[in-house]
Each structure stands twice: as C-alpha cells, then as structure tokens.
Design a protein around this ligand. Structure first.
Ligand code: SF4
Length: 344
C-alpha cells in the first residue's frame, strides 16, 4: 500500500498530540478525528485489520483534511503526516472506495486536461483556471510582465495533475503531467512563469516524483519579478501577509518574504501565532469543491483573528485563498502579485 512508505508517521504520530493546534479542520470542527494523531491511529488500524476503507466515516475524514503541511513543517522530527494522508487517499482510490463526490470531481478534472497557447516566444505564463477566474489577479500579473518588459506566451487550460494527485488518482495525475510536459515541449517553452503556488508545487515536486521531465525552467511569479529586477516606485506599507501552504510548508521557499521586502512591506503579525495555516484549505486544492461549508468555516476562523477585518490588507499567495477570505470572511484580501503591481 502507498501508506507503507510513511511508516515513521504512522508509528509516531498515532501517539503524539503536539501539532493538534495546527489542524485547521480540527480547529473549526472541534474534532479529534481531524488531527494527525487520530488519522495516523486509524491508518495503523487499517494495517492491523481493525479498520477498513468500508467505513465511510474514516474515508470522509481522509478527504476532509486541509493538507496544509503545517504539521510536518513544524514537527520537530518532520514526520510526514501530510504525505501519509495523500498516500492514504491513493490507497482509497486503488481500493475502489473513493466517495461518489470525489469520483465525479476526478472524472471532471480528467476531462479538463488540455491546454492552448497564445502569443510568441519561449517565455510562457501558465494562467491556471483558478487564477484566471480573478480579473484583478490577472490584470496584476499582466502589469508585472509589462514592467519586466516581457510579453509572454499565455498558456490556459485545465488540470496539470495537481488536483488529481491530491484526490488520490495517481496514474491519472501522472498522465496529465506527461501531457503537459509534452505540450510545453511542442510549444518550445524554455521559461514557464506560474502564478498559482499549487501549480508551481506540481511542476517542481510532483513531476520529478512521477519521473516526468520538463523542457523548461519553472519560476513562480514572485521569483520572476525578483529576477527581472522590476522597479517599484511606491512602498507597500502595512500588510498582514499570510504564509502560503505550498510556498512555505511544501517547498520551504522564501520568495514571498523576499518580494515583500523588495516592496518595502511592513508585515504585521496575524492571529495568535505564525505557525497555523490561514489559507482555507489551499493545500487540499479542491476543498472548496468538495466541502464549501468547511472552507466557509475556515475563512470565518481567519476573519475572527483580523484586527480590523474591513481595513486590514491581507496578502495571500493564491487566488484560491483570496477568494475564500473575500467571499466567506469578508476580508480585504489581495494576492502578492496584486500587492506588487500596486507598488509599480
Ligand atoms: S507530525 Fe510530528 S508533531 Fe504532528 S503528530 Fe506527527 S509526530 Fe506529532
């Protein structure tokens, strides 16, 4: 089983409650089942035969996880309880026990695999569906490209494998990755600038895991802007920048902090600690489609921690998080790209 690769997490997390406060879903449902300890205990039970994927409550708990990777990031031993959860989903799918809503969503994602390119040159911008759905974020990215004096080829289209992987559909995710890599090769892309941190993570971590080689260098928008030495004429001022799940916890990348420093942002501490995720399930990629009620609860949890919800400028890494915080939390949230564009 896929979970066998996560022996350390199963054996250690099942007795540990140290990171329970970082379980975003546990924090809004007030349930122990939504913590790494109980999930690991349930998966231990699966191996010893006292638990089974026939138990719908067990499978539902696996598909409720926010997958922020906060716990593994802050665990003193970095036991990969997040990887364990993803592996468990893959085992659920292989056992044919995926809930109907998950099966339907995966089928839709698989159908969406396919892209088109507009423009010329070997520098391309991957405008994923989530980012494309937010006009302000798209306009900000265009302004940043213009400031960098780059006119990229624009690639739009569907799933590049990330959401399928997160749902546990590994062969389908790998097939999507292979198709996207082949598409980029056919288009002659040498540099791919990517707005969505989930897509950056797919290209930089998932693709090598699948053994899929890309024909190009991948850059986050923040990394591209920094490397292009874009000049900013206005300081960003006071903001509350929320650490992104993929950028901080999955990749350990400092690009968000570096760009905030270049924008002369005065980053104020948010909430009661800087360890939690405030990204409303960004790591779970499609939690808003499976469990909008949980995304609402997560956004309300974040809003309750804002000093001045209407005025505080909350800066986030993804359109996914921005939309959740604006829609359900009524917060003044902008993406990092929007903040950067406002400083030009
Ligand atoms: S990830 Fe680390 S802190 Fe969290 S339950 Fe596992 S061992 Fe404990």
């Amino acid at each position: 089983m896929h979970i066998d690769k996560y022996e350390e997490a199963i054996m250690n997390c099942r007795f540990c409650f140290m990171c329970r406060h970082l379980s975003a879903i546990g924090n809004v449902r007030f349930t122990e089942v939504d913590t790494p300890r109980i999930r690991a205990a349930m998966l231990y039970g699966l191996r010893t035969g006292t638990n089974s994927f026939d138990d719908e409550d067990f499978v539902d708990a696996l598909y409720r996880q926010d997958l922020s990777a906060c716990c593994v990031h802050h665990c003193v031993n970095h036991y990969d309880e997040n990887g364990l959860a993803l592996a468990a989903r893959a085992d659920v799918v292989e056992a044919g026990k995926a809930p109907e809503a998950v099966r339907k969503l995966a089928a839709k994602l698989e159908k969406s695999v396919g892209w088109k390119a507009e423009g010329k040159g070997d520098v391309a911008w991957f405008l994923d569906e989530t980012t494309a759905s937010d006009k302000a974020a798209v306009a900000a990215a265009k302004r940043l490209f213009s400031a960098a004096k780059v006119s990229p080829k624009v690639i739009t289209g569907g799933c590049i494998g990330k959401a399928l992987k997160v749902l546990g559909y590994l062969p389908e995710a790998k097939a999507a990755a292979e198709r996207f890599a082949a598409f980029l090769k056919d288009e002659g892309v040498k540099t791919l600038v990517v707005s969505n941190p989930a897509a950056v993570n797919a290209l930089k971590q998932d693709y090598p895991e699948f053994g899929v080689k890309l024909p190009c260098e991948v850059k986050s928008m923040a990394g591209f802007v920094m490397q292009a030495k874009v000049k900013f004429s206005k300081p960003a001022g006071e903001v509350y920048a929320l650490a992104d799940d993929f950028i901080r916890n999955y990749q350990g990348c400092a690009c968000m902090d570096k760009l905030l420093a270049a924008l002369k942002a005065v980053n104020k501490p948010f909430g009661t600690n800087d360890e939690e995720t405030y990204n409303c399930g960004e790591g779970a990629v499609v939690l808003d489609k499976l469990h909008p009620e949980l995304v609402k609860a997560l956004a309300e949890y974040v809003a309750a921690r804002a000093d001045d919800p209407k005025k505080d400028r909350i800066v986030v890494g993804s359109v996914y998080t921005k939309k959740a915080l604006v829609k359900y939390g009524r917060l003044n949230a902008v993406t990092l790209d929007e903040l950067a564009a406002s400083c030009l």
